[in-house]
Design a protein around this ligand. Sequence first.
Ligand SMILES: [Mg+2]
Length: 423
Amino acid sequence: MDRLKASARLMIVSDLDHTMVDHHDPENISILRFNALWEAHYRLDSLLVFSTGRSPTLYKQLRKEKPMLTPDITIMSVGTEITYGTSMIPDNGWVEFLNQKWDRKIVTEETSKFPELTLQSETEQRPHKVSFYVDKDKAHSVIKALTEIFEKRGLDVKIIYSGGMDLDILAQGAGKGQALAYLHKKFKGEGKLPTNTLVCGDSGNDAELFTIPDVYGVMVSNAQEELLQWYSENAKDNPKIIHASERCAAGIIQAIGHFSLGPSTSPRDGSDFISSKVKSVSAGGEIVKIFLFYERWRRAEIEQSELYLATVKADFDKSGFIVLPSGVEVSLCDAINGMRSSYGDKQGKQFRVWVDRVLPTKISSDTWLVKFNKWELSGEEQQGCVTSCLINMKDGVSGACYMHIHQTWLEGSGGKDDSTWLF
Ligand SMILES: [Mg+2]
């Protein structure tokens, strides 16, 4: 990862479905809490890694459905594909490594003889992964038979059963754990081994993550039986692994606190944040705070107070202005004044605002150019824009002073209407 010049303070390696993403939480509360925590306290010097069983196609689909941050590294298709950054550049070294002792043809040929196996959709069949569905009660015998057959044919593969239905056959070197071990080795070679690594999962294909030396681990409260069983048989004496009492992303936050890996109070957990005497000392913290205020004001979750508006206004340069995604330019003062009439206009409605990849660049002793993606979810529609803020901030002395904000639509975000955007 070129973004960080030194070792990451914390590397979180998290599964997505039912770990980072709670499919039983239509309000997405826990992932939004995690997002705010990450952007306020970790983005700058830590690494976020998503490790999912999903193929790139289904992963991209999930990103459109849920308020997910952009990870630094994406591990997909059960640890068979590693990509970096927003452009998702593949790790070719990993591809070459997986090619050893792998013959996809033999796998498809032998598995076609098992009527118990139902092939998953075409998008889930990947160069180093062949995926099926199989009933729970048949899984054990099928895996046993397949293992013997592949052995006879001299093929070194890994068979993983997950979620009580998914059967993945991978190249032996692959898997979520192996992919993480590969990354650790790579970072170590660059002298940038993360200070702490926290792995997070809920199902069978996550078990390998917990076997990597020196990592902290959290099995979220809603973890599947297969993972809990693996834990009780293999890792129950390891004090670095916990079974959280909280679901999904809330369990990840709980683990950060439990292992004292850094701040574990999400800005979303506070209610009196805007009038708080304790000012945030990071640009990320400031950006998260201002957009959280904006969300809560429009949802009428905070008091309709002139004092709040005055406090926010005090953080905005009087001669500053904002360029909205449509190109319309408004003075920062007018933008705040415009908030008066929009108090509670999203009350009782699905309306959330979050920021992603808040990355500040220092351009003079107390001036920062902060770039990030700002997202609004209103009803069913999710719109995003690239935002640049010029911020004056004296380190550790006071909060930020916004001098200029510029927004343009994020490519492919579906956003084209900013008529209800205030800033
Ligand atoms: Mg999962």
